[in-house]
Structures are given as C-alpha cells and as structure tokens.
Design a protein around this ligand. Structure first.
Ligand code: SAM
Ligand code: SF4
Length: 357
C-alpha cells in the first residue's frame, strides 16, 4: 500500500485498525516530516489562563456544572512574569488557553496580555485557544498581535459531536465548524484537532477526522486521547472505553497518518498523550509530531486545570524542564529549536500561494 499524501479512506482505516505494520507507518511519517520540515522540535509554552467556562462539554472537567474545584483567572502581572521567564530561556511561542467566556473582562484581559507581548517580547508567535469567539473579538486579538488560533473540532462527524455535547443551543456542531472556517478565512495560522478513543467512536469516524483536517487544509493540529474525568457525565460510559494502551496506539497512528496527509503542518505531542504514558513524548515525536508544549502555568493554579484525571503535573523548574526535554529529544535524534517561533511551513506556503508567488 502506497503511503502518500493522497491516502484513500480505505487505506487510512486499514492502518488505524492495525493492518499496518505500525513500524512502517511511523517510519513513513518520520520520512515525510524529515523531507518537509526537518527534525526540529518546536516549543510552545502553554499558560492555562482561566478555568472558567460557560460551556458544558460532556467530557471535560472544566465544564460549567462541575462545582467540585476552585475557579481562577491568572492576573495579567503573573502571566507576564511567566512569559518573560520563558522568553529569557529561549521560548518564542506561547499558547494562552482557557475555558470559553464571552464577557468583556475576559476579552480585555487577553487583549491586554497580547499587547504587552507585542510591545515587549520581540519575535514571538502568540497562539490562542479560547473557544468559539465572535469575529470582532478575534479581530481585536489579531490587532493586539496574536497570529495563531487553535479550535479543536473535537469530532468531525456531526452525529458524534452531538453525542458528546449538550443539546442546549450552545454546543452546535455547525457553529463550531463555522467558527473554525471563519478563523482560517481571516488569515490566522489555523489549528484544529479531535478527541481519540471516545466511547462508540469508530475507525471510520477517525478516518473522516483526518480527511476533514486535510480538506480544511489546516496549519496545525493538537489531537490526543480522550481521558475520563469522574465529575463529568461521560464518566458513566467508562465501561465502553477501550484500554489506555489501545487509545495510545490509536493516537500514534492518527499522528502518523496526519503527518503523511499534511507533511508541512505542526503537530503536537499532547499533554494527554504524555499523561497516558511516561514515554508519550518520545512516542509522539517518533510517530511524526514536531511540537511540544511545556507548561508555564504558575504551580498554584495547575491542579485546578484538570480536564481529565491524572493530568501530568511536572514540579520541575522551567530550566530543568527544558534540560530534560533537550535530553529526551536528543536520545531519539531530535533537536529542540530554541529562539524559533516555529511557524508552520504549511502556513507560509499557503500565504505564498495566495499571493501568487
Ligand atoms: N475551551 C476551549 C475549547 O474548548 O476550545 C479551549 C480549552 S479546552 C480545555 C482544550 C481542549 O481540551 C478541548 O478542545 C478538548 O479537546 C480537550 N479536552 C477536554 N476534556 C478532555 C478530556 N476529558 N480528555 C482529553 N482532552 C480533553
Ligand atoms: Fe469549556 Fe473547552 Fe472544556 Fe468545553 S472543552 S467545557 S468549552 S473548557
């Protein structure tokens, strides 16, 4: 079977179901990465800005109706402190992530941080992952200096999406899709992703997720295993879940197949993958990922950003984290690219094509 960027749906399903062999798949993905973007690993410091959320996704520990933990928003001064220290150590891309909120104070807060970064940290690429927001708000964020937006479609099959979100008018598949399309059309470096291993999800669903990302021609992807959380409605369906090992291998196959379909995009080895397996970082990179997201959230907030149970909480200082990361990447022949925002080549090519170069 030919492993090229025009893989058929049938071939994708074949590999997802382990018709592999996996070694051949992972090798082909590494070759595709090496040829297009090289072996560099880009870092994106993540700040979990606020765990407040107006939504109630059935899988997420931050859902509005979960009242079993403290809600927080990190003040701008504390965010600035961690961004400065990340910058001093060579990070050039930061991701601000939060629950979805439309209130003026939340929007002003993000805008203020972005403006501070634009005025003080040179050569930084700011990424946002703050849910579905109106076009006007996104325009404000762009003017304040953000370039990249990550909005996971979560499940690209509308029927599946519906199964994991409340039917209350606030969680519509069509709205999420339009939001993603609007982000891409308004010039953002655009990222999406899906949850892997949801109860009842089939290999056909996952193959369609990959083809959705190819069709959308996205620039970045963050996709990872679904991990259960006791204080969510989906906990009741944990009996239907596949074993963690199966979710892990499925995630690795998804990463490889996406790398083959879209060789020049950025793909993250996600925290969820690293939560599943202490060697998730290496395995994700060996399957074709090229982005790692060290957590910069101040320690006192981390335990309250629990999307799922068992989320890894590294207690090391940033210096130690970067040193360990460098060593771990080195062992598998990969090089951490410091002082490099790591813009996806896919986006650069897309812009060139648009300009008619
Ligand atoms: N609120 C924004 C949104 O939903 O787009 C961004 C933050 S949200 C916490 C980031 C991602 O966490 C979601 O897109 C979802 O895929 C992931 N997530 C939520 N609950 C999860 C779970 N139980 N297991 C794995 N990933 C989860
Ligand atoms: Fe809120 Fe995002 Fe969690 Fe959904 S996934 S409940 S929008 S934080």
């Amino acid at each position: 079977m030919n492993l090229s960027s025009n893989l058929s749906r049938e071939s994708i399903i074949h590999f997802l179901e382990g018709g592999g062999p996996d070694s051949r798949l992972f090798e082909a993905a590494r070759a595709a990465l090496q040829e297009s973007a090289g072996s560099g690993v880009f870092l994106r410091g993540i700040v979990e800005l606020s765990n407040n959320c107006r939504k109630n996704c059935l899988y997420c520990g931050l859902r509005k109706d979960n009242r079993n933990f403290s809600r927080y928003t990190i003040p701008a001064g504390e965010v600035v402190t961690v961004l400065k220290s990340g910058y001093a150590k060579g990070l050039r891309s930061f991701l601000l992530q939060s629950g979805e909120l439309l209130g003026a104070s939340h929007i002003d807060h993000i805008e203020k941080i972005l403006r501070w970064v634009s005025g003080n940290l040179e050569g930084v690429s700011m990424v946002l992952s703050t849910g579905e927001l109106p076009a006007k708000v996104l325009e404000r964020f762009k003017k304040a200096g953000a370039h990249r937006y990550l909005l996971r479609i979560e499940a690209s099959t509308p029927e599946l999406y519906k199964r994991f979100h409340p039917d209350d008018g606030l969680h519509e598949y069509g709205d999420r899709l339009r939001s993603l399309q609007m982000i891409r059309a308004s010039g953002w470096q655009t990222g999406t992703g899906v949850l892997i291993g949801l109860p009842g999800q089939t290999s056909e669903n996952l193959a369609d997720d990959l083809l959705f990302m190819k069709e959308m021609d996205i620039d970045m992807c963050g996709m990872g295993p679904y991990l259960e959380h006791e204080q969510t409605p989906l906990w009741n369906r944990r009996g239907e879940l596949s074993q963690l090992e199966e979710r892990e291998v499925l995630t690795l196959r998804m990463i490889s197949l996406l790398r083959i379909l879209l060789p020049t995009i950025n793909i993250a080895a996600t925290t969820a993958l690293q939560t599943l397996d202490p060697e998730g970082l290496e395995k994700g990179l060996m399957a074709g990922a090229n982005v790692v997201m060290p957590n910069l959230t101040p320690m006192k907030y981390r335990k309250d950003y629990n999307l799922y149970q068992g989320k890894v909480h590294v207690e090391d200082t940033l210096d130690e984290v970067l040193k360990i990361l460098g060593n771990r990447c080195g062992v598998i022949g990969r090089n951490v690219e410091l002082e490099n925002p790591g813009d996806p080549i896919h986006f650069t090519n897309r812009m060139k094509a648009q300009a008619g170069d």
